[in-house]
Design a protein around this ligand. Structure first.
Ligand SMILES: *Cc1c(COP(=O)(O)O)cnc(C)c1O
Length: 447
């Protein structure tokens, strides 16, 4: 990797934390911003580069969250910033449904070439991951003439009405926000760490879900099966090998559209271009967002031409979908990922993480599992001697890291997973410093 930085890549906490300027902003926010939107950090961002977030008081935090897996190439990547500025000077918007432009077509071509599956593909662009998921389901329903949609335990697919229904966790995502969309069925996931039978194979876990789909819905009633190849918000759950291929195979046998929600795992994050590549599955439709455009809001679906082309003209779209500034950022982001071989960088980060934290696990039984792929890696915390989730310890470790200047996000159905999503442009020195801080927090609090 060959990247240069504007901001010195050093962790630094000046004086009280949060500092006075952040405290002032928090007071203004309380009187102006809806309480329903929560922030992980008590400080306000002023400048972000590489692996560093500088706050308004001049503190420098190490970023192990990438704004939830978005700023994979950095939050102020020079090439992306230049492409954004150039496009903004020519036109910020025409609406692709009114006056189309070449870059949208070029991005669709590019996605067809980098996504798994050597078949004719089509793509269409939107703004958020939720919107991509909604549209994948719209396409699957038109293409199959069926209505039922299958999602899995621990799934996260978004916060709009349909995607809230697809998301598994009630609080905070769906409790009280009903009525939720009908015709959604939830199936058991492969979650190796929490299987009752620890020897169950991926294929057996798939057969368990298939039997439930056959008995509770009927294969000929299902329009789509949607699954994250590595689950994100639900706990960075990597299904057992063989689970995804068997579900995909059964979907094909039953004329069901297999949708891989790669919104979080896609674009180099997992150590492959797409997490679907790891087990060589070829989803009928892939949803993309988050890492695709260097921080600009862009999402899309890409999939089999005959599925996407089954929708009548005007059936898909949206005012801002495939906004030209966001598309320019995406083209530059993908180019940067290719030039710098960021999937390889993600695999390096995976190696460093496992080397260090599997060693630590043997000394700290509170670390129930060390898992993940690429730079989508996690520690699941449990009460000593068993598998009972320890959300309090997880929260305390994340808070201790933050106090030391390292931004760490948590996740999981039980709130007991620390997840690391560093920008892939983070340097080794900074990454090691962040790992040191995390390790000391575990040594201090998990003893
Ligand atoms: C974040 C996420 C979404 C929703 O994306 P938004 O842009 O927040 O709407 C959907 N699916 C997965 C797997 C995600 O991680």
């Amino acid at each position: 990797m060959d990247v240069s930085y504007r901001i010195e890549q050093k962790r630094k906490i000046n004086g009280p934390f949060p500092g006075p300027k952040s405290e002032e902003l928090a007071a203004r926010r309380a009187k102006a911003v809806a309480a329903g939107v929560a922030s992980s950090l008590p400080v306000y961002a002023a400048d972000v580069d590489g692996g560093i977030i500088v706050d308004v008081d001049g503190n420098q935090l190490i970023d192990l969250g990438s704004g939830i897996a978005v700023t994979t190439v950095g939050a102020s990547n020079a090439a992306v910033a230049k492409a954004v500025a150039e496009q903004a000077q020519r036109f910020t918007h025409t609406c692709f449904m009114v006056a189309p432009y070449e870059s949208y077509v070029a991005l669709a071509e590019k996605l067809a070439s980098i996504t798994p599956g050597n078949f004719e593909k089509r793509a269409v662009f939107f703004n958020s991951g939720s919107e991509a998921v909604e549209n994948a389901i719209k396409v699957a329903r038109i293409a199959t003439g069926r209505q039922a949609v299958v999602a899995f335990d621990h799934a996260y697919h978004g916060r709009t009405n349909l995607t809230m229904g697809l998301t598994a966790k009630a609080a905070p995502y769906k409790r009280g926000f009903g009525p939720l969309a009908p015709e959604i069925y939830r199936m058991p996931m492969s979650y190796p760490f929490r299987e009752e039978n620890p020897n169950i194979s991926g294929k057996e876990a798939a057969e368990r879900a298939i039997l439930a789909m056959e008995k509770q819905i009927g294969g000929d009633q299902i329009a789509a099966i949607i699954i994250e190849p590595i689950q994100g918000e639900g706990g960075f759950i990597v299904p057992a090998t063989g689970f995804l291929p068997r579900i995909a195979e059964w979907a094909k046998e039953n004329g069901i559209v297999f949708v891989a929600d790669e919104v979080q795992a896609g674009f180099a994050r997992s150590g492959a271009w797409f997490a679907s590549d790891i087990e060589q599955i070829e989803p009928d439709i892939i949803t993309v967002a988050k890492g695709i455009a260097g921080g600009m809001p862009l999402s899309g679906i890409v999939g089999r031409a005959e599925l996407l082309d089954s929708v009548h003209g005007g059936g898909l779209g949206g005012t801002y979908g495939g906004n030209p500034v966001a598309v320019a950022a995406a083209l530059e982001t993908i180019k940067f990922m290719e030039e710098q071989d960021l999937p390889a960088r993600a695999r390096e980060i995976e190696e460093k993480f496992f080397a260090r934290f599997t060693a630590l696990q043997s000394a700290f039984p509170a670390i129930g599992e060390v898992r993940g792929r690429g730079a989508m890696i996690a520690l699941e915390f449990v009460k000593a001697g068993g598998k009972e989730p320890d959300a309090d310890l997880t929260k305390a470790i994340a808070a201790e890291c933050l106090a030391q200047g390292v931004v760490i996000l948590t996740c999981g159905t039980y709130g007991n997973v620390i997840r690391l999503l560093p920008p892939l442009v983070i340097g080794d020195e900074l990454l090691n410093d962040a790992f040191d801080v995390l390790e000391s927090a575990i040594r201090k609090l998990a003893a």
